[in-house]
Design a protein around this ligand. Sequence first.
Ligand code: COD
Length: 298
Amino acid sequence: MIKSFSDLMKQAKASGPKKVAVAVAQDEVVLEALSEAAAEKIATPILFGDKAAIEEAAKKAKVDIRGWEINDIKDMAQASKAAVKAVSSGEADFLMKGLVATSIFLKAVLDKEVGLRTGRLLSHVAVMEMKLYPKLFLLTDGGMNVKPDLMAKVDIINNAVGISRKLGVENPKVAVLTAIETVNPDMPETIDASHLAKMNERGQIKGCLVDGPLALDLAVSAEAAAHKKVKSLVAGDADIFLTPEIASGNMLAKGLIYLGGAQAAGLIAGAGKPVVMLSRSDSKQQKLNSIALGVVSC
Ligand code: COD
């Protein structure tokens, strides 16, 4: 079982190197992370973007990109589409977002001709490591699906369970996060949470243990659950945290990273091939973690 990003890196070294197509690669931090990934022999970069800007960024970052394949495409949407095509055609093993807006990048991933659609819903998963939690955990979906309905949440859970399995967790525990642990019709997400828990109990969602509604304190602390007299097999031991919509997921992930010092990696799950997607402002280490996650997910 992969319990930390250092375990993930070891696993990536054992599975790599894999070819990564990078959409709009003219970013110093992206190039630094790719250089380290190449040196560690986990990934071989294929770059798409403005060649002059890529060379300029590499010079500033002091990254030696000699020998790296560069596809010179200035338009960001076109560069994203070409990177996606390289992955869907099998030329590259997985995709990575560079210095491009998320919506432009995701539109290329969803492109009807060259995209990485599978017929399933695609969703974003952040993998996180924190000093105060004893294992890696997944947070979903703070990056792609804006306001998922009940059935979209089922797909989002299934996608996250797939990533958990890649990390060696066979039967992950899923906490459906809300503000309280009881159903309140004025908070519709608590109704979805109770439906998801029942669907899991009745075998409509398989391969994991789902409980909700759960407030975050109960999801991460068995003591808090005991104190509030909530009996739950998930409380205090969740592997996957499902948030009600993109805003709460995004704020929770960024809060944990920026205020809580979390290490993170980001991936779009449910696509034909792994898609590494993080925020443009993420650090080199977060980007390297994400590349390792992409390699392990291949
Ligand atoms: N999975 C599979 N197919 C999808 C998904 C999905 N999650 N979302 C849309 N589609 C398909 C639809 O079925 C349709 O065929 C086509 O794509 C277009 O659908 P629209 O018109 O609803 O969607 P778009 O193209 O306008 O936008 C899709 C985005 C994913 C780009 C959009 O939802 C978005 O911008 N999401 C938020 C991304 C973001 O800003 N994240 C910020 C945090 S990093």
